[in-house]
Design a protein around this ligand. Structure first.
Ligand code: NZQ
Ligand code: ZN
Length: 381
């Protein structure tokens, strides 16, 4: 284990009825003016918006709506939210949605407190927000674990870059598996694959193999796979949705990452693929992972052997990777670039751009060249 300092910022309220039971208490003490942020309308259809709004009204809050946060939230949407927060003198931001809504709000919370261009400040000057508006999250679609950490992934459309930005973690997260009941099965599976990816990418960082975090990561992977299979049988299995919701949180609350290096090369490829195509995050990962792992399996044979054996009951490092590829098919997730929903046709030129602009990780089993990244992406065509 390497040295670490671990502090946990987010108070979690988990379980059926968590918003009704705890939201009023959770938002108390944060001021009167609450920005209620949400996505493209699912929360209006499934009644979550009405339930949350009523709780806020009864708690005496003045609610200011910030609707329309898209999947893969853009930096332009962040600016819109920050301008609204400033104009309305918002005291607190409540994100009600999946990873996209939560991420957008994390950066709105920071941008609302500075006149500086946050993107330039973070990416060029490597300075990070000193002050942010407090925010909380009501999770309606799980998978990213965005509610449990201080990072946010934002697409800068002008620069064609989708990248992680630093912000503050939500002060609290409401995790009610019932709130995810209306998420279509394919989105639940895509989100859950993202969780699996987070645990795999953490586990495969180039660290010593005698590490308690690895044992926890493998347990999260096994549980995620088992509950994805349960959902394939019965999409309304609430116990499975609840397990996946907590797997998602566990994979990104920092616990798996303490005392070790992480990989996250597949995420870097997917994020840039997302910048060019606006594809679904979990589905992009499902396409990329097997091809990436076929390239690095010989560089971390011990880790891949253990992964294959403990997660899929496979005998060898290579059959472990193929078991992962088979599992992706079993879930009906995309396996090729052409199956991704994309705003443009995915061509070799686009993949060359992705390879040339993505971050290259140095603490994975083996650092990749940009040409090898291009080869990996082309193998997904
Ligand atoms: O926009 P609405 O209408 O709400 O529909 C959403 C959206 O279409 C829908 N949805 C959400 N809750 C629902 C529901 N539909 C029915 N019933 C409900 N209860 O689900 C769709 C997907 O939502 P989205 O938030 O985009 O998905 P996800 O949670 O997978 O978040 C993806 C974003 O998070 C980033 C990704 O890159 C991507 O931008 N990530 C954030 C991370 C973090 N901050 O820690 C880590 C991840 O690696 C990831 O990069
Ligand atoms: Zn992810």
């Amino acid at each position: 284990m390497q040295k670490f300092v671990y502090e946990y910022a987010t108070k979690v309220y988990f379980g059926e009825g968590a918003a009704k039971e705890h939201l009023a208490e959770a938002v108390s003490g944060f001021g009167e003016r609450v920005m209620l942020a949400f996505g493209g309308g699912s929360v209006k259809k499934n009644g979550i918006y009405d339930e949350v709004k009523k709780i806020l009204d009864e708690a005496g809050k003045k609610v200011i709506d910030f609707p329309g946060i898209m999947s893969n939230p853009t930096y332009a949407k962040v600016q819109e939210g920050a301008a609204l927060a400033k104009k309305e003198k918002v005291d607190f931001i409540l994100a009600v949605g999946g990873g996209s809504v939560i991420d957008c709000c994390k950066i709105v919370a920071a941008q609302a407190k500075t006149e500086k261009d946050l993107w330039e400040m973070e990416m060029k000057e490597h300075q990070f927000p000193a002050e942010v508006l407090p925010m909380g999250a009501v999770v309606t679609a799980s998978g990213t674990g965005a509610e449990m950490n201080g990072g946010a992934v934002i697409t800068n459309e002008e620069k064609i870059i989708k990248a992680g930005m630093a912000a503050s973690a939500p002060r609290f997260a409401i995790l009610d598996p019932v709130y995810t009941s209306s998420v279509p099965r394919m989105q639940v599976l895509s989100g859950a694959f993202d969780t699996l990816s987070h645990a795999m990418e953490t586990y495969l960082g180039n660290s010593d193999e005698d590490n308690v975090s690895d044992d926890v990561a493998l347990a999260v992977m096994r549980n995620t796979v088992a509950n994805m299979r349960r959902l394939l049988k019965n999409k309304d299995d609430l116990q499975a949705r609840g397990n996946l919701m907590w797997d998602s949180a566990m994979a990104e609350n920092g616990i798996l990452k303490v005392g070790r290096l992480t990989d996250f090369q597949a995420h870097q490829l997917e994020h840039q693929l997302g910048a060019y195509t606006d594809c679904n995050h979990g589905q992009g990962l499902a396409v990329i992972h097997p091809a990436y792992y076929r390239h690095i399996v010989k560089d971390a044979e011990g880790k891949f052997r253990r992964f294959g054996r403990e997660v899929f009951g496979a005998d060898t490092p290579e059959t472990g990777v193929e078991a992962l590829a088979d599992f992706i098919k079993e879930c009906g997730l995309p396996t090729k670039m052409g199956e991704l929903k994309s705003k443009v046709e995915i061509t070799p030129e686009i993949l060359r751009n992705v390879a040339d602009t993505c971050n290259v990780i140095k603490c994975n089993p083996r650092e990749l060249s940009r040409d090898e990244i291009y080869d990996i992406l082309m193998e997904c065509m």
